[in-house]
Design a protein around this ligand. Structure first.
Ligand code: OSB
Ligand code: MG
Length: 375
């Protein structure tokens, strides 16, 4: 594949309602879309960073900088046999996984289209339907949380995850568990607790949770191992796992019993598949995490979720939960059984709405290969 053109766009999209986590509230999204044209075919990727450095260290602006000043200049004009070779181009760039993932995933989409197969097939996916859960933001009162959960259960979602933080935890989980004794329920703290809170966190064991996601610091694997030894609830790591080596470390140290894979956090499909493979080898179930993506990032999540180790419901839900209007056609829809049918057509399998994207775009950057660059 010859990388002929790279186009970077920042779009603005407003979430239907604010989403609160332990690190802040999100509503007005600044999303970077990457279009890579290879052999005349456009592939699309999304940078899943948040606006500020509060989930991980990346932001919309750091990703724009890293792609514009380092990744695109190194990539333009290159010939890559297949998408995984992209890694050799960005090997020397430390960190910035979400910036890398936005570009790498666009190349995967282009390759799948050129081969006339779905991205799911190209990745080695085996499922044709993926099982969906939802992530519900922090609410003011336990009563409002119970109402939100009820709505999502009625829509058919198969697992409910509650965002929590100190002071907004036990009463909320208790109320939801009382109202719904049988649902698959989990919580996500986004790093809001300390190892010293182990006694407090042990009270979650009474609620028969599927997992407690990322209770401790974003870079603290050892602390999670110490905490897991004191809890019955399985710990699921999110923020801590930025590549396959960390997954291996966390598993061998018994720091978690589940891993959430996010394409952006681990740097793209190639690394995500490595994390998946290591988890499969060690019997660790994985599921697909979400970053409030537009349809393009969502479509990549669907393709990844078809790998055989994705045995738990992911945070991949319908477009209409997030947006009045999504940038793909058709929008992502969820069946009454809480599943998504995986598209079988070439690449991502959704049409990108370029006119709408143009309307939402606030800045653009473009690179074109010259003859001199022919590799
Ligand atoms: O930790 O899973 C997380 C959103 C932004 C940052 C971090 C997280 C989340 C979510 C949203 O939980 C899941 C979704 O996309 O619905
Ligand atoms: Mg999380």
């Amino acid at each position: 594949m010859k990388i002929e053109t790279i186009i970077l766009r920042e779009i603005r999209m407003r979430l239907k309602s604010p989403f609160e986590t332990s690190f802040g509230v999100m509503q007005d999204r600044r999303i970077i879309l990457v279009e890579v044209i290879a052999n005349g075919v456009s592939g699309w990727g999304e940078v899943t960073s948040t606006e500020g450095p509060f989930y991980n260290s990346e932001t919309t602006d750091t990703a724009w900088h890293i792609i514009s000043d380092f990744i695109a200049p190194a990539l333009i004009g290159k010939v890559l046999p297949t998408a995984p070779e992209f890694k050799t181009i960005v090997n020397g760039i430390r960190g910035h996984e979400m910036a890398k993932a936005g570009v790498e995933n666009a190349i995967w989409d282009a390759e799948a289209q050129q081969k006339g197969v779905s991205l799911s097939k190209l990745l080695g996916g085996t499922l044709d339907e993926v099982v969906c859960g939802v992530s519900i933001g922090i609410q003011d009162e336990p009563g409002t949380m119970v109402k939100k959960v009820e709505e999502e259960v009625l829509r058919g979602y198969n697992r409910i995850k509650l965002k929590i933080k100190p002071g907004k935890d036990m009463a909320f989980v208790n109320a939801v568990r009382k109202a719904f004794p049988e649902i698959q329920l989990s919580v996500d703290a986004n790093c809001a607790y300390q190892l010293e809170d182990a006694f407090h966190l042990r009270k979650f064991d009474d609620f028969r949770l599927l997992m407690i996601e990322q209770p401790l610091q974003w870079d603290e694997i050892n602390g999670h191992a110490k905490l897991q030894a004191q809890l019955q609830s399985p710990i699921c790591l999110d923020e801590c796992i930025t590549h396959a080596r960390h997954a291996f470390t966390a598993i061998t140290w018994c720091a978690c019993r589940v891993i959430n894979i996010k394409l952006g956090r681990v740097g793209g499909h190639t690394e995500a598949r490595r994390v998946h493979d290591i988890c499969s080898t060690h019997g660790i179930p994985v599921w697909c995490g979400g970053m409030l993506e537009s349809g393009i990032g969502r479509a990549h999540n669907i393709a990844m979720s078809t790998l055989p180790g994705f045995t738990l419901p992911g945070d991949v839900s319908a477009s209409r939960r997030y947006w009045d209007e999504d940038i793909i056609e058709p929008e992502v829809e969820v069946t009454p059984r809480g599943t998504i049918h995986v598209p079988q057509t070439g690449g991502l399998g959704y049409k990108v709405r370029s006119q709408l994207i143009d309307q939402l775009t606030v800045r653009t950057n473009r690179w074109k290969a010259t003859r001199a660059m022919q590799a």
